[in-house]
Design a protein around this ligand. Structure first.
Ligand code: NAP
Length: 243
């Protein structure tokens, strides 16, 4: 069975991606999350309501001693299945002006996005290389391209994801595996719920925040056969705020 592992798919953009990949490509979804079991179950319920299949896969992406055994166990229990699509979506923010960014705030933002991408990609890449097929999609951010004040840690993490996307894509393009990054601007989710949308939307030419579903449609296209010749790219989805 062809599967998609979507990290951080209990809520927000990850949930929308999980639902869309199941709908558009019939992929069995591995719903990764950190702690929110109820929200993860809700993602599963929506996928099943739409006629798809999914299972919960709880682990902290930044912890290699959790990711590797969980994925190994899943593969052993499901020898006929493989992860065809990996979406490295789990991410957190710990915003502050640089002088007040603690070492812990620096490390945790870097670890969830960058180490998490490393851990999850390591867990699935050898099988993708053997299969000569696969899609890896990294959810970066406008911050990783432009650099956003108050987000030095987050901008560094997302910038690192983008550079790694470009490097890895060149290593494995011959094996028909594409690696791309998606860079959303302001998207309505729990992560942005404390922001003043009415004020901030004035900075956005489209005059609104984006929807998780809009990001999910882009990810679904990148996961499709139609996107086979797109690799090493960073695709902006930001209502025109930065290009
Ligand atoms: P969100 O609503 O805060 O959801 C975060 C998701 O990540 C949740 O499912 C959470 O699981 C999971 N997660 C957090 N830490 C994790 C860990 N260590 N291990 C496994 N899962 C973890 O965030 P979002 O807005 O959907 O953002 C999704 C991605 O898009 C992030 O990478 C974010 O940086 C990026 N992004 C967002 C925006 C935006 O405007 N929203 C813009 C640009 C980029 P639990 O439910 O268990 O906590």
């Amino acid at each position: 069975m062809k599967c998609a592992l979507v990290t951080g798919s209990s809520r927000g953009i990850g949930r929308a991606i999980a639902i869309q990949l199941a709908k558009d490509h019939g992929l069995h979804i591995l719903i990764n999350f950190s702690s929110n079991v109820d929200a993860a179950n809700e993602t599963k319920r929506i996928i099943e309501e739409n006629g798809g299949t999914a299972e919960l896969m709880q682990f902290n992406v930044e912890d290699s001693s959790a990711v590797a055994p969980a994925m190994e166990k899943w593969q052993n229990d499901n020898p006929d299945s493989h992860v065809e699509v990996l979406v490295n979506n789990a991410g957190i923010t710990r915003d502050n002006l640089f002088p007040w960014v603690t070492e812990d705030d620096w490390d945790s933002v870097m670890n969830v996005s960058v180490k998490g991408m490393y851990n999850c990609t390591q867990a699935i890449i050898k099988k993708m290389l053997r299969n000569r097929s696969g899609r890896i999609i990294n959810i970066a951010s406008l911050s990783g391209l432009k650099g956003v004040p108050g987000q030095t840690n987050y901008s560094a993490a997302k910038g690192a994801m983008i550079a790694s996307t470009k490097a890895l894509s060149q290593e494995i393009a011959k094996r028909k595996i594409t690696v791309n990054a998606v860079a959303p601007g302001f998207i309505a989710s729990d992560m942005t719920s404390d922001l003043n949308e009415d004020e901030l939307k004035r900075m956005v030419p489209a005059n609104r925040f984006g929807l998780p579903e809009e990001v999910a449609n882009l990810v679904s296209f990148l996961a499709s056969d139609k996107a086979a010749y797109i690799t090493g790219e960073v695709i902006n989805i930001n209502g025109g705020i930065y290009a």
